[in-house]
Design a protein around this ligand. Structure first.
Ligand SMILES: CC(C)(COP(=O)(O)OP(=O)(O)OC[C@H]1O[C@@H](n2cnc3c(N)ncnc32)[C@H](O)[C@@H]1OP(=O)(O)O)[C@@H](O)C(=O)NCCC(=O)NCCS
Length: 221
């Protein structure tokens, strides 16, 4: 368990549970139409709750995700919690508050070198949390993390009837390529060039300077 996963690290403020400590870079608090949900790296200890989440999925959601009546087993879920940046990353969405239900899973698996800038991903949101903005938040988070991890092309196979997922991809705000085969649509998101650390610092300091110049110009008239 990472420190921010414990109940003692959350505080009830107004009608919202908030983390008391800053979240690590690989985690984010997503706001959905039913309140905040924590998106964080999966750990092997999540495997039981992830298998449970899959068992509770409706047959339609399961079929849309796996294109078969498939329920991943605990070993498969544990392996996701052990992914290293070289092989991929897995993130779970966890309800915020004392119950801490796992309500979503997104992960990508990188191709082997020399194609390790390519990855394939899959996403699942528990039925009662679908349509609240969680899938979009998880997709955004994973794409940001994958880009920072050196992935350029992110691919998913989607059933042509899965209009919700296709809409999510079409509106993800990144260049998207799609090609259709007999029974599925392969969508490839272009995450863009990852900035190395030096370029990132340079980019951020230039942005900060530009903001200072704009503020000074506005104050001086
Ligand atoms: C597909 C899935 C991941 C989306 O997650 P979600 O949390 O339900 O999605 P969100 O609430 O973030 O966004 C859904 C979007 O689809 C839109 N949508 C819903 N039903 C739709 C439909 N029939 N046609 C087109 N768009 C639809 C919503 O309006 C929303 O778009 P908006 O933000 O522009 O309003 C989730 O529904 C799921 O797990 N489905 C089962 C498994 C699956 O299909 N996985 C994808 C295969 S990799």
């Amino acid at each position: 368990m990472t420190p921010y996963q414990t109940n003692t690290d959350q505080s009830f403020v107004g009608d919202t549970w908030l983390p008391l400590r800053p979240l690590p870079a690989e985690a984010t608090l997503a706001s959905t139409s039913t309140g905040p949900v924590l998106i964080r790296r999966a750990v092997p200890d999540d495997a039981v709750r992830l298998t449970e989440m899959h068992r509770r999925l409706s047959p339609l959601s399961r079929y849309q995700r796996y294109m078969a009546p498939y329920v991943p087993d605990q070993a498969e879920m544990e392996a996701l919690g052990r992914l290293t940046s070289d092989s991929g990353e897995a993130f779970v969405a966890e309800s915020v508050g004392p119950a801490k239900h796992i309500v979503g899973l997104i992960y990508y698996i990188r191709s082997k070198p020399p194609e390790s800038d390519r990855a394939e991903f899959g996403v699942t949101v528990a039925d009662d949390f679908q349509g609240k903005g969680l899938g979009r938040a998880m997709l955004e988070h994973m794409c940001d993390r994958a880009l920072a991890n050196g992935v350029r092309w992110m691919e998913a196979n989607v059933l042509p009837q899965n209009k919700k997922m296709l809409h999510l991809l079409d509106t993800c705000g990144r260049p998207l390529g799609k090609h259709r085969s007999m029974d599925c649509v392969t969508a490839i998101i272009d995450l863009g060039e990852a900035l190395d650390e030096a370029s990132l610092i340079c980019f951020l300091s230039e942005a900060a300077e530009a903001a200072e110049r704009a503020t000074a110009a506005a104050l001086c008239g």
